[in-house]
Write a protein that binds this ligand. Structure first.
Ligand code: SF4
Length: 220
């Protein structure tokens, strides 16, 4: 994930996005290999594979891709059914599940304030994300250990304030001004700050967020 960074000299920045590969795809592949009985670095025989169902709807068919390893084969049942996002919502509504949230990690920096408030309603989940936010303050432990130390502090909330104190009940003037420089449309700014990235995120279709910006030199 990209993190919001407060540079040592007080300037804001962002780290590079790496969550999908690092935290999702790699662990999934590791688990699949273990389930198949061929943990890394063993070679998986040609005819041994898992079939993996990926929930990409027809609106996003361009994201439906083949797996990049032979021991996983992707299927896209929603595309096979011809279901769009609205079809999925209609179906969930018919089951009484209309308020199903978009899929994403609990501690995703792309959450808008509405998602943070929703998480806060669940004390256990809130404790979890607050702890995670505190744990990433010095940046990625592995990157720091390998010499690419973060020069500054990292945060989950775009205000670059610890999540436990972040302004999730209102938008600050600074947040408003910063986002307005990036998005012209006032309604879109409000929507973005409140609801974050509209689409969800999955290991095989991580679509959350803008292209990663490296405004400043954050590492040394
Ligand atoms: S939801 Fe997607 S973008 Fe957000 S932290 Fe998870 S993988 Fe990263």
């Amino acid at each position: 994930m990209p993190l919001y960074v407060l540079n040592q000299d007080g300037r804001p920045g962002m780290t590079r996005r790496q969550c999908t590969g690092e935290y999702k795809i790699k662990p999934i592949k590791r688990q699949v290999r273990e389930l198949l009985g061929y943990p890394h670095p063993q070679r998986v025989p040609k005819d041994v594979f898992v079939e993996q169902w990926v929930g990409i709807s027809t609106d996003e068919f361009h994201r439906a891709k083949d797996a990049d390893v032979r021991y996983m084969r992707n299927r896209h049942p929603l595309i096979d059914l011809g279901w769009s996002r609205s079809d999925c919502l209609r179906y969930l509504t018919s089951l009484g599940l209309a308020d199903t949230p978009k899929s994403s990690c609990l501690g995703c920096p792309y959450h808008g304030n509405a998602q943070w408030r929703h998480i806060r309603e669940n004390p256990e989940e809130w404790r979890d994300v607050v702890e995670f936010d505190a744990a990433i303050r010095a940046g990625n432990a592995r990157a720091n250990a390998s010499g690419t130390r973060l020069l500054g502090q990292a945060f989950l909330h775009r205000s670059r304030v610890p999540l436990s104190e972040a302004p999730i009940d209102h938008v600050t003037a600074a947040e408003w001004a910063a986002r307005q420089q990036e998005i012209d449309d006032r309604t879109a700014v409000v929507e973005d700050l409140e609801n974050g990235v509209v689409d969800g995120c999955s290991p095989w279709a991580c679509r959350s967020g803008d292209p990663v910006r490296s405004d400043f030199d954050l590492t040394a």
